[in-house]
Design a protein around this ligand. Sequence first.
Ligand code: TXA
Ligand code: MG
Length: 324
Amino acid sequence: MPDPEELDRAIAILRSGGLVAFPTETVYGLGADASDEAAVRRIFATKGRPPGHPVIVHLGHADLLDAWADEVPPAAHLLADAFWPGPLTMILCRSERVPDVVTGGRETVGLRVPDHPVARALLAGFGGGIAAPSANRYGKVSPTTAADVRSDLGDDVDLVLDGGPCRVGVESTIIDLTSGEPELLRSGGISIDRLAEVLGTVPRIATASSSATPRAPGMVASHYAPAATVELTDEASVVDRSAALVADGRQVGVLAPHAVDGLGDDVVELEPAGDAEEFARLLYGRLRQADRLALDVLLVIPPPEIGVGVAVGDRLRRAASPRG
Ligand code: TXA
Ligand code: MG
């Protein structure tokens, strides 16, 4: 739990239009009073994020759902009962209290009740909604420790609450409930199987072609990529591929679920990332480490695509896709 004095300071900063970075179970968020347009605009300026990208509103309790959203369908209450507090964001019709700057002018709003003692204490003390994207500079991977936040944002944030390393490690699952059929916009901490169990139907998965405009704007590949080139590989190929890259003069690292035998001395083996859950928890830290080590190429053997492993695979494919 945070020190009560620091928590009071965080609440005072939010009330006066300032920015507080805070831990959630997924990644750290860069928070501002969601009802204060000028404060939310400061989030965009601080991140260097283009305007028009909607930000998620974090709430202290599921009871606040109807205050921040209109025409809330029964499915939203079912999902809130099952998964809040937790790593699920629901896109719903916004209520009048949600300012344009939060939604990028859309008629919808993303809502989530995070599951982290510091976030919950902050939200309970503050009372209102906290608008918060991930607390990284635009284009960087999301921060999963307070040190990551400080290295990205430095003095541009008024206070960083330190709640230790994030337990989930990848962002929340985003589900859009504003059309008749639930649609998954981003895989994340809650798997599609768990959503399907509660909904009684498997949500449609949004594809680029399922709508004319991007449904979760800002989900571009570069957000999930380190400076190093990420290349996906497998057990059978990793040793040969790493040797070929080293022979080509590249600084090469390997990230795998477990130790890999037979890698050359010049290959940097990052500490293995374990099963899908542990891989998710460690992923962004390892990508940041790849940059600190100035690797040219990071070869990654992904974990199995079960549970949160689906989100890990999604983020790794984005990181590995060519950047424009
Ligand atoms: O786990 C998380 O979701 C973290 C923590 C801090 O809660 N937050 C996070 O925020 O990942 P951000 O801003 O980095 O990503 C939020 C995503 C963006 O892709 C945004 O486009 C989408 O949510 N989003 C937010 N509101 C939306 C809306 N009304 N309609 C469609 N997409 C929305
Ligand atoms: Mg982000």
